[in-house]
Every structure is written in C-alpha cells, then in structure tokens.
Design a protein around this ligand. Sequence first.
Ligand SMILES: Cc1cc2nc3c(=O)[nH]c(=O)nc-3n(C[C@H](O)[C@H](O)[C@H](O)COP(=O)(O)OP(=O)(O)OC[C@H]3O[C@@H](n4cnc5c(N)ncnc54)[C@H](O)[C@@H]3O)c2cc1C
Length: 379
Amino acid sequence: MTTEFELPARYAALAEEAAELARRVAPFAGEAGDSTALDPRLVAELAASGLCAVAVPAPWGGREDEVDPVAVCVVREALMPASGHLDALFALQGIGSYAVALAGTDEQRSAWLPRVAAAEALAALALTEPNAGSDLRAIETRIEEHGDELVLTGEKSFISNAGVAAFYGVLARDGDTYSLVLVPGDLPGIRVRRGGDLISAHVLGDLAFDGVRLPASARIGGPGQGFELVLATLTVFRASVAAAAVGIAQAALDEAVAHANTRIQFGRPLIRQGQVAALLADSLMEIEMARLLTYRAAARAARRDPRALVEASMAKVAATETAARVTDRAVQVMGRFGLVRGSKVERLYRESRALRIYEGASEVLRGTIARSLETKGGG
Ligand SMILES: Cc1cc2nc3c(=O)[nH]c(=O)nc-3n(C[C@H](O)[C@H](O)[C@H](O)COP(=O)(O)OP(=O)(O)OC[C@H]3O[C@@H](n4cnc5c(N)ncnc54)[C@H](O)[C@@H]3O)c2cc1C
C-alpha cells in the first residue's frame, strides 16, 4: 500500500478556481494594491468567482456543511501572491462571519451569511483598540444593558474593512465577561476614520461607537462567549494566514529562480554561484516545511482537534517568518532589480511584513506554543 502525502484531489480544482481569479485581476492588481481605498473591481471579480462561498457553511449559501479550513488555505495560498488586497477581501468574509456561523441566532445567520457568501456584504472583526493589541483582555469597549437594548461604547483601531463593511463583529466588555456583538455598519453613532498608509496598502480604519443602540439579540452566542468565539475564529484563520505566507514565499522564490537561471555573472548563471544556490535551496526547503505544517494545522482545525490552536500558531510563526526570509533572499538574489518599486518581488517583500504582526505577533504566538510544553505546575 502506498500513502499519498498530498492534499486530496478535490483541492486541486479549488486551487485552479482561485488561480483563475488571480489571473483575472492581474491587469489591475498592482494599482488596487497601492490604494488604501476598496477597489470595486476586485469586489466584483471576487463575487463573480463564487469563492466567498468557501468561507460560509452550506445552509447559508456556502460550499461545505461547515467551513473547511483546508479549502480556505488553498484559496489564500493562490490569491495572496496575486494581490494582498484581494486576499484580505476573501479572508475577511470568513474572519468577520465565522462566529455568526458558529453561534449566531437563526435571524443573524439568515440575514448576513448568504450575503457574505455572495460577497454582497463585506464582513469585519473588530478586536484591536488604541490601548489593546496583543493583550485583548485589556479592551475598554463595553456594552451595557438598558432595558431591552444593548448600548455599545468605545473605540477600535486598525480594523480591516472599517468603513466598507456591512457589519462588524465587535469584542466588548459585558459586565465581568466579554461578548461579541453583531453591529450593522450603518447604525447611528458609528464614526469611521480612515487608517494610516502602511508599507503595503490595506483597507483599514478606526471605529468609534458613541452609545450605539443594539437589540439584546445582537450578542453572537451567549453573554461571556466572546473569547471562545474569537479563539475558534483564530484557529481557522491563523492557519490561513500561514497559507497566504506560503503563497507569498513561493511567488518570491519563483521570481528569484527565474532570474538566477538567466542572469549571467562571472560567465555562469547566478544559480550556479554557490552562495546564490544555497539561498535558493534554503528557501525551497523552508517553504516546503511551512506548507506541510500549514495544511496539517488546517486539517486539525477541520477535525476540531484540541491541538488545533497551537498547531495554527506554529504554522503561522513558521510560515510568516519563512516568507520574511524568502522574500528578503529573493530581493538579494535579484540584486538591484529586486529593489525597483512596483516590481513583483518588491511588492511581495513589503506585503510579507504585516503577516508577522496581525492575528498574533510571532513573539506572542511563541508564548502560546511554549505554554503547550509546560508541565502541570511548571515543575
Ligand atoms: C494590516 C493590518 C490589519 C489589521 N486588521 C485588524 C482587524 O481587522 N481587526 C482587528 O481587531 N485588528 C486588526 N489589526 C491589528 C492587529 O491585530 C494588531 O496589530 C496585533 O494584534 C498586534 O497588536 P499591536 O499592533 O497593538 O502590538 P502590541 O500588542 O503593542 O505589540 C507590539 C510588539 O510587542 C511584542 N509583544 C507584545 N506582547 C508580547 C508578549 N506577550 N510576549 C512577547 N512579545 C510581545 C511583539 O513583538 C509585538 O509585535 C490589523 C493590523 C494590521 C497591521
């Protein structure tokens, strides 16, 4: 008996669907990627592709009975190298709606999820605040019960899709606990400020909630379920950041390899110069290791394995740190040509950077990973 150590064949068709979308946006991906504003052409192509259905369960317009983390990874690995903007649009449909799919009321699910699956409604998840980044338990945004209503007050910052999302999942203090609430983007009392201009453009902004009034049914899941739902979301989507990083790293290596095979110095192609060959070989090995870990983490998330969150954290650190090294080496192998603004490798180099910070900075995740090694009582 032989064992295929590969993804099941059905994922090859999905990868091709995502690659087809990547090819369709190629003519304007560079321009869209330089803008901090939502690019309607990307939204239209994403909607036409039908791929957002991967991010939603089948009862509400999705493809599989439950969101398949492996499928999410397959799509992101193909989209990210084509366009960080497109990848973020796709990923946020899942990140913003996953808690609703898991624990939302029937009303919430039927109101939002079919529109998320069709990319008619953009989703967002608002956790970060001016004084709370990695330490989310320090958030100050709160909900208070006033009769039949909840009143939401506070500020969120660096929120992807702020100002363009149809709804936000907002993490807030709820008495002594934390809850997630579903907040439609057009409610009175929400103010949006456009975000800063990052080293690679991203559609984001800050949100202020000035006593936004919500029905008591706006909680996603019960009171106090906020962190449980955020962690469930991160288990799936942290692994998918790793897949996006693998996509970036592979694209950067492909660029460097094409250059190294054709650029002649000292009478030989660069790929035959020992140190260049070593850089490329290390990149290839590290990408393969990161890819294996990423898809195993996604498969464990699909099985709801108890180790899935730690595995997703390991995959994210391994793959995003790999993407950093590989894009840096790719620039190095390409010499001056790798530095040209607007070139593919220069874009990949810049776009790899944020991946090591959002959805858990590498240092914070190393802490999570190390805690899984602690013996009871630390002894
Ligand atoms: C492009 C982009 C999009 C984003 N989109 C969203 C979004 O949609 N929704 C949302 O809620 N947030 C979003 N964020 C915010 C993101 O989640 C935070 O940036 C992230 O959680 C880190 O928080 P911070 O930037 O405040 O860094 P801090 O928490 O201030 O940490 C700074 C650095 O300190 C180190 N550090 C911190 N704590 C520890 C620790 N315990 N152990 C070791 N080292 C530590 C790490 O190196 C870390 O990078 C986005 C950020 C970016 C860059």
